[in-house]
Design a binder for this molecule. Structure first.
Ligand code: NAD
Length: 497
């Protein structure tokens, strides 16, 4: 299969987008490397404290006029942005594959999900309405006005470079706030392209800013008195130990979405063929680098024949997956993002072997890459059988294409085991029993719950939830909850007699 054309052809040093201008950074410069080809595709600045301060200042300056812009007029900018995103849909998707390594189909899905958030935010004139009561007491009326707050910081992870900032930014803007986005410095290109399109959509200078970099930029946001709130998506240690407490200490609103360890529960009455297919995308899609990826496969019941045939089925299907560069449309799994991540995942494979799990498919060895690419970041699907809940591979977030198969006697045992897991992001059950499905969704502690769905990703008009160590905050990104997060209720009481 021929490769699709790469959109990034020339290596340039990315600039920050501050106050409507593309500004060169004075920070250190890092290479951005395509994990499939090993080639440098861009250089990204690790911006300085002065640069984040300048972006916050620009956003603060833009806020009063933006806030006064009627919601219908703000929505018009988003309609224009949506059109531009559609026009550039394929280019944006290919950039994600080139910078991240995911397959082109996965990138197209990511672009679509990002655009859907822009579409939902276009409904802001009704989403943001307040409410009114007359005669709350003699001669008095009372009403609530949802008001914007000012400047928000949006911090993204490496695994969905384009979509995740769009879980927040369109709602922040639609409600009348201004934003400073900090993309992951590992994958900064699709956010740079998005900012170009926001600029082309005519957004006033300072409403949408992008500052590339790492901890200095994040710390600059967390400490800045003019940033009123932060949305963060990334690992649990950063969410729990850095973002959430520091926002609390400085009085900022916060949504901090963390890591995961999702269980896929397989009941003997599931539709086996469809479930096996769903497991391939759940565990190995995006090379397992998804906060909603399956990590532990729990097969229920004492039926050895069912257990063995299901495990053999997933091993056979995983062995047949085509691995390679995601710009080849026939490839089903790309590389992991970088060499360090691959080594970390291999460390987990070694720990699984040491702890006595049976290695049924070894992704370190069975790498059959379609095409002539360095093996540096490639890893095949890996499957462990005979895993117990106390093993490290069953407890930690591995964030790679590794499946741990556990066996449990009944649904009760599965629910109890899952509810002991510190992560609660996207657990799912596969069954044809309405009763078991209901029991599972009722008792399971999980922000997102799947019933015969392997990637429990909420649509843009639903909140992107999470519980326990997978989420820190109250309201969530996406949809109505994002509108509430980005507004404060101003309550007005009028005596008119
Ligand atoms: P990460 O926590 O390493 O980085 C996320 C962001 O925080 C990056 O922009 C990074 O520059 C910054 N950062 C990292 N460490 C920091 C520190 N000590 N101080 C200040 N800033 C810091 O996460 P990642 O590796 O980019 O992303 C993968 C993680 O994200 C996984 O754990 C995955 O489960 C999680 N994730 C969660 C969701 C969700 O919705 N819950 C969605 C996608 C990814």
């Amino acid at each position: 299969m021929a490769l699709l054309e790469e959109p990034i052809k020339e290596v340039v040093t990315l600039k920050n987008f501050i106050g409507g201008e593309w500004v060169e950074s004075k920070g250190e410069i890092k290479d951005v490397v395509n994990p499939a080809t090993g080639k440098t595709i861009a250089r990204v600045p690790i911006s300085t404290k002065d640069e984040i301060d300048a972006a916050v200042e620009a956003a603060k300056e833009a806020f009063p006029d933006w806030r006064r812009t009627p919601p219908v007029a703000r929505a018009r900018y988003l309609f224009r942005l949506k059109e531009l995103l559609e026009e550039n849909f394929e280019e944006i998707s290919r950039i994600q594959t080139q910078e991240h390594g995911k397959t082109i189909d996965e990138s197209r899905g990511e672009t679509r999900r990002g655009i859907e958030n822009v579409e939902v935010a276009c409904g802001i004139p009704t989403l943001m309405q307040g409410y009114f009561s007359e005669d709350i007491a003699s001669g008095m009326d009372e009403w609530v006005i949802p008001t914007p707050l000012g400047v928000f910081g949006i911090i993204g992870p490496f695994n969905f470079p384009f979509m995740i900032p769009l879980w927040s930014a369109p709602y922040a803007l639609a409600t009348g706030n201004c934003v400073v986005v900090k993309p992951s410095s590992e994958v900064p290109n699709s956010q740079a392209r998005l900012a170009e399109l926001a600029d082309e959509a005519g957004l006033p200078p300072g409403v949408w800013n992008v500052v590339h970099g790492g901890r200095t930029v994040v710390n600059g946001m967390l400490d800045h008195p003019d940033i009123v709130g932060i949305t963060f998506v990334g690992s649990t240690p950063t969410a729990k130990d850095v973002i959430y407490p520091r926002c609390g200490a400085t009085g900022k609103r916060v949504i901090a979405q963390g890591g995961a360890k999702n269980f896929m529960v397989i009941m003997p009455d599931c539709n086996v063929q469809r479930t096996i297919l769903a497991m391939m995308t759940s565990f190995f899609g995006n090379a397992g680098q998804r906060c909603l990826s399956g990590a532990n496969l729990a097969i229920i019941g004492k039926d050895d024949e069912f257990y063995n045939s299901f495990v053999n089925g997933v091993v056979d299907a995983a062995r047949r997956m085509k691995i390679g560069y995601g710009l080849d449309e026939s490839v089903q799994m790309g590389p992991v993002r970088d060499k360090e991540k691959k080594e970390r995942i291999i460390g987990y494979i070694e720990s699984g072997i040491k702890e006595g799990a049976s290695l049924r498919l070894d992704g370190r060895k069975s790498i059959n890459i379609a095409g002539d690419y360095p093996e540096t970041c490639f890893l095949g699907p890996t499957i462990f059988d005979n895993v117990t809940p106390d093993m490290k591979i069953a407890r930690d977030e591995i964030f790679g294409p590794v499946m741990s198969v556990l066996r449990m006697k009944d649904l009760d045992e599965a629910i109890e085991t899952i509810n002991r897991c510190p992560f609660a992001n996207g657990h799912a059950i596969f069954t044809s029993s309405g009763k078991d499905a209901r029991e599972f969704q009722y008792r399971i502690v999980s922000g997102n719950v799947g019933i015969n769905v392997g990637i429990v990703a909420p649509m843009a008009f639903f909140p992107f939830s999470g519980m326990k160590d997978s989420f820190f905050g109250v309201l969530h990104t996406q949809g109505q909850e994002a509108v509430r997060f980005f507004t404060e209720s101003k309550v007005v009481i009028q005596r008119w007699l």
